[in-house]
Design a protein around this ligand. Sequence first.
Ligand code: DAU
Length: 354
Amino acid sequence: MKGVILHGGAGTRLRPLSYSGPKQLIPVANKPVSQYVLEDLVSCGITDVAIILGETFPELVREHYGDGSKFGAKITYIYQGKPLGIAHAVGLCEEFVGDEKFVVYLGDNLLQHGIGPYLKKFQESDADAMVLLKEVEDPRRFGVAQFDEQGKLVKLVEKPREPPSNYALVGVYFLTPVIFDMIKRLKPSWRGEYEITDALQMLIDGGYKVDYAIVDGWWLDTGKKDDILYANALILDERIKRRIKGEVKDSRVEGRVYVEEGARIVSSKVRGPAILGKGCLVENSYIGPYTSIGDGARIINSSVEYSVILGGATIKNVIRLEESLVGKNATIIGEGKKGVMRLHVGDYSVVELG
Ligand code: DAU
């Protein structure tokens, strides 16, 4: 089976960070979201993977993944450019896919237990497609499923105002090449996109077999700042073990904290779960739970909690920074200003509070 990762799109809900890079490269626990996706595919034995590139700095994606060998995969890049829709992106993969079954994985989706448990079901079935569903409180921001009395999937609607159920479409689609015939007949939706939801509906209406599985465990679509912070907290909580490779001087490091090589913690306190990237500096500061500090970042005379600080950022004299997403090489100077700061700061930005 082959895999397709969608790495395009506009990322409007993650501005300003998505102005200077694709949103799927934003790290949680110091690893790009889309890398969890690739690792999930590879761990299921899907190593022949196409990555669909959008128009926001696609070269950063190539730079990170290369030919895929570092990740145990063989990567083919397919350029989509403008975000004309998930179905449009999938349509570009016809040649790559050939006549095999394949799985499309949105590069900003994270599943607690990965796709392994569902993949086997699809591989062994004669279904023409299989979708994953998850019960959510407010399904209006997703594709939503409708069932008949026997529990058979009869309809899929994209972002309905009045959802027919609470079962949202997860961004993982198990497909067969028959989907390409549907995609060719699609018209753009009300939001001007070629919707995979509509292509799947065409399969249902055409009498094809569209199966579903309900996802067990958490699922996150990391399309917004709060989702990134939440994903970061969940991943740190579940996957970070205590390991100290860097230097700790006159400091206390409590709980599950991963301190990478070359990192320095001086006269500070760090409470896990947290990760401190390579070569970063934490000096005279407090790092609270659910915080990721990127490579080479510097936290000086500050307190940071429940936040994602990207590589190379500097945070200085900030009394309390919480629930914040701070871009690459950004600088935040607090000048000791009192009160809690909650910031969403783009790459290379400079914020001086005072
Ligand atoms: O996350 C699950 C939801 O994903 C589903 O419930 C919806 O049915 C599905 O339409 C999709 O909704 P979103 O509005 O969240 O899709 P978004 O525009 O955020 O795009 C999803 C991913 O696909 C994202 O990583 C960007 C990428 N993408 C998107 C478009 C429109 C592309 O690579 N190319 C595109 O043209």
